[in-house]
Design a protein around this ligand. Structure first.
Ligand SMILES: *Cc1c(COP(=O)(O)O)cnc(C)c1O
Length: 297
């Protein structure tokens, strides 16, 4: 763990596990537990903290003087990295895709308030952001830094997420999580014991590359692949940040009945998928599912 922040650690770990009783699931003999990673920390919640934890430690040990990472103008990862840098006293640089738009949107103005330095790359250069001429140019501009990839997923992020399954002390068969870059799913699958399986719900359209990416991330973490996982590609609702009326009404209804607001980017899509698959008798009667509430941020 990185050093405790000044004023004591506010991190709520292990995150709570709560049962969600819902007649739609009961009718199918499915039991659902929620792993409330959204409650880990108000500024660095969910999988963002799990993915950053060992990277912050590595950044500090590397002596490189700060962290540089990449993201879109609305990136939760940028926001969380800025907050983590402020809390642990690490300089942060956020390289944003596209041009600067003023006034800054809430994500970026929050990042700046946390002390993050923002830089912008046009879309064409952004696509080549990991090539050495681009990173060298960034080093010339900002000095040495510890690089965290876009979305925060690398081997250390996988190791952080692999700690999730062992925190679940109740018996379960399946873990479900939303999938962006696949880092969270790669970690959860790696941390599973026995015959248990992880299902990731892709929030991106046509993300058939996710399986290879998850394998690559696990190899980065462990030099081998681990655990059993599947990626479900059927609940992206048009793609990243896209939505449909049936998703929005599901989220509304879920909040009315359970008092929990799911976000429309990630956890709403996963939960819709879980309920829909249960309706379609995909899970054998008696299945216990743990859904990771990875956010919202
Ligand atoms: C970033 C994020 C994800 C995506 O996680 P990956 O490791 O990139 O797959 C999922 N849920 C929430 C709430 C997020 O903010």
């Amino acid at each position: 763990m990185p050093d405790e922040p000044a004023g004591g650690s506010p991190f709520r770990l292990p995150s709570p596990v709560e049962e969600l009783v819902d007649p739609r699931l009961e009718a199918r003999g499915v039991r659902l537990l929620l792993k409330r990673d959204d409650l880990i920390d108000p500024e660095i919640p969910g999988n963002k903290w799990r993915k950053l934890k060992y990277n912050l430690e590595a950044a500090r040990r590397s002596g490189q003087g700060g962290i540089l990472t990449f993201g879109g103008a609305y990136s939760n990862h940028i926001r969380a990295t800025a907050a983590a840098g402020a809390r642990f006293g690490l300089r942060t640089i956020g390289v944003i895709r596209g041009e600067e738009h003023l006034p800054l949107n809430p994500t970026l103005s929050y990042a700046v308030e946390q002390g993050m330095i923002l830089a912008y790359l046009d879309r064409q250069t952004y696509r080549r952001k990991t090539e050495s001429d681009v990173t060298e140019d960034l080093r010339r501009r900002f000095g040495d830094f510890y690089l965290i990839p876009e979305g925060g997923s690398n081997g250390l992020a996988v190791r952080g997420c692999a700690e999730i399954p062992d925190e679940i002390t109740r018996d379960f068969d399946l873990v479900c999580c939303p999938c962006g870059t696949g880092g969270t799913l790669a970690g959860i699958a790696a941390g599973l014991r026995g015959e248990r399986e992880a299902i990731g719900f892709s929030v991106l359209k046509g993300a058939r590359w996710l399986d290879d990416e998850i394998r690559r991330l696990q190899e980065d973490a462990y030099a081998t692949t681990r655990g059993r996982w599947r990626v479900n590609l059927d609940y992206h609702f048009g793609g990243y940040a896209k939505t449909r009326p049936e998703l929005l009404s599901f989220i509304e209804d879920f909040e009315r009945r359970h008092g929990l607001r799911l976000d429309r980017l990630y956890t709403g899509k996963m939960m819709y998928g879980i309920f829909d698959l249960a309706d379609k008798h995909t899970f054998p009667t008696g299945t216990t599912i743990v859904a990771i509430i990875t956010g919202p941020i």
